[in-house]
Design a protein around this ligand. Structure first.
Ligand SMILES: [Zn+2]
Length: 78
């Protein structure tokens, strides 16, 4: 087993490659586009995809009482 080498505080090198720490869940994930979306070309976002998905759901739930709720009235069936 190769010990993890610290590159930068939010990056680490494992035997599987470079991992990046998500700024939200504080977990290390492989530093590629499968786990992190791109902020801009060549730069990964500081949050993992799972956190973004979670955040979107939370934000949607929080906005349910707001004006966004009106947009879905015609789409829901009883
Ligand atoms: Zn995360």
């Amino acid at each position: 087993m190769t010990p993890a080498v610290a590159l930068r505080p939010n990056l680490r090198l494992t035997e599987l490659g470079i991992e990046r720490r998500c700024g939200r869940c504080r977990q290390f994930w492989p530093a590629d586009q499968e786990f992190f979306s791109l902020k801009k070309p060549g730069q990964l976002h500081s949050w993992c995809r799972a956190c973004f998905a979670e955040y979107a759901i939370e934000r949607r739930a929080r906005n349910r009482t707001g004006k966004a709720a009106g947009l879905h009235v015609g789409l829901t069936r009883a």
